[in-house]
Design a protein around this ligand. Structure first.
Ligand SMILES: Cc1ncc(COP(=O)(O)O)c(C=O)c1O
Length: 383
């Protein structure tokens, strides 16, 4: 049997990882500023995370949600404390798409409505509703097409107001990434999130904060939406939540009440996943990684801004993007093959940095030296 070929892949086999580093099968070391697509939050194979999972594995890995799983409550309590959303309610699932799918469904159960507002360049996942709310026609199969989604331009308060004025009583939810990831690191403005909050309050719609990529401390705050000073009704989480162990969830504001069977999952909230997620929160707190994300993120942004060839450096904490001009289009590739540094990208010309939140200053400095060297080499070859 062959693999179903849906991923364009780099010709490299990673066999070992530690902190912000990975090694290939030939023993070559790489600096990982991609974090396996924003997944590595506390660092690859963090010893506390490994120990927590190993110890849990020795006891019990899985049982279904038909029994009490105290680890789930332990996780909810810890998540409430670290995120500051102590009065929210946690529902656990397995992936970012599933988290968003559940959030959109929950909003619709809550207010009995069907329309969803999403934004240009959004990415919310591959399942039916999540993909319908994703602004990329290539990902939407005919069966996912629906006229329940209204796409608006990001950060356009006037368009948002107009849409609510026209369709207000039909809008079930507004879903927005605090910082768009796949769309190219576009920050939702504070005033825009405040506007979403006030219009959702006025019209009885649910504000869903997709924090799958920008959440879990990556921005320097637990949820990047928190920069706006207003709360969402539902936050969705995945990637950094398990540091590579598949676990996801949504937290739901207290005014939205649960009903048996409205949501459900077989694997979500299993013992092993909870142990992994608890380990991540413990390390996040113990090692003050949100502070580190702010500090190292600022260093990186300042240094990148000082490189004249790179344009529009943007982002928050350790979620950074910048535009690469056409004549340097090989920069990402050359960083990987010449400098052994993994970075992320957004088509057509954005480099994305999504490293572990524990990234060290010396690694950030190495990256800055390497990118300058590669820019100079590309310019030399062109002239
Ligand atoms: C903002 C956002 N939402 C949802 C998803 C989907 O997550 P998953 O791939 O875990 O389903 C992603 C994945 O990249 C994402 O970046």
């Amino acid at each position: 049997m062959n693999l179903f070929d849906v991923y364009p892949i780099n010709d490299v086999t990673i066999v070992k990882a530690k902190g912000s580093y990975v090694w290939d099968d030939k023993g070559e070391q790489y600096l990982d500023l991609y974090g396996g697509h924003a997944v590595i939050s506390i660092g690859h194979t963090h010893p506390h995370w490994v120990k927590r999972i190993e110890e849990q594995l020795e006891k019990i890995a899985f049982y279904s949600n038909s029994i009490k799983i105290p680890l789930q409550q332990e996780l909810a309590t810890k998540l409430g404390k670290v995120s500051g959303k102590e009065d929210y309610q946690l529902f656990l699932c397995n992936s970012g798409a599933e988290a968003n799918e559940n959030a959109l469904k929950m909003a619709s159960f809550h207010n009995g409505r069907k329309k969803i507002i999403a934004f240009s360049k959004s990415f919310h996942g591959r399942t039916s509703l999540a993909v319908a709310a994703t602004d990329n026609k290539n990902y939407i199969a005919p069966v996912n097409e629906t006229d329940n989604i209204i796409f608006l331009p990001l950060n356009d308060e006037e368009a948002l107001q107009e849409c609510f004025d026209t369709n207000g009583k039909e809008i079930s939810s507004v879903i927005i990434e605090g910082i768009q990831g796949v769309g190219g690191i576009n920050v939702a403005e504070n005033s825009f999130l405040q506007k979403i909050r006030s219009l959702c309050d006025e019209f009885g719609a649910v504000y869903i904060a997709d924090s799958v990529q920008c959440g879990y401390g990556r921005s320097g705050k637990f949820f990047s939406h928190d920069f706006s000073g207003v709360n969402a009704d539902i936050y969705t989480m995945a990637k950094g939540m398990g540091n590579g162990f598949p676990v996801a969830g949504i937290i739901i504001a207290p005014h939205i009440k649960p009903k048996h069977f409205q949501l459900g999952t077989t694997f979500g909230g299993n013992h092993l996943a909870c142990a992994a997620a608890l380990a991540v929160l413990e390390v996040l707190e113990e090692e003050k990684l949100m502070g580190n994300a702010t500090l190292i993120g600022k260093y990186l942004r300042d240094e990148l801004e000082a490189i004249p060839e790179l344009k529009n450096v943007r982002g928050r904490g350790l979620m950074i993007g910048f535009d690469v001009p056409e004549e340097l289009k090989d920069l990402k590739k050359n960083l990987l093959w010449n400098q052994k540094i993994f970075t992320g990208e957004s088509k057509p010309n954005v480099i994305r940095l999504l490293p572990s939140l524990a990234l060290k200053k010396r690694d950030a400095e190495q990256f800055i030296d390497s990118i300058k060297e590669e820019i100079a080499l590309l310019q030399e070859t062109a002239s």
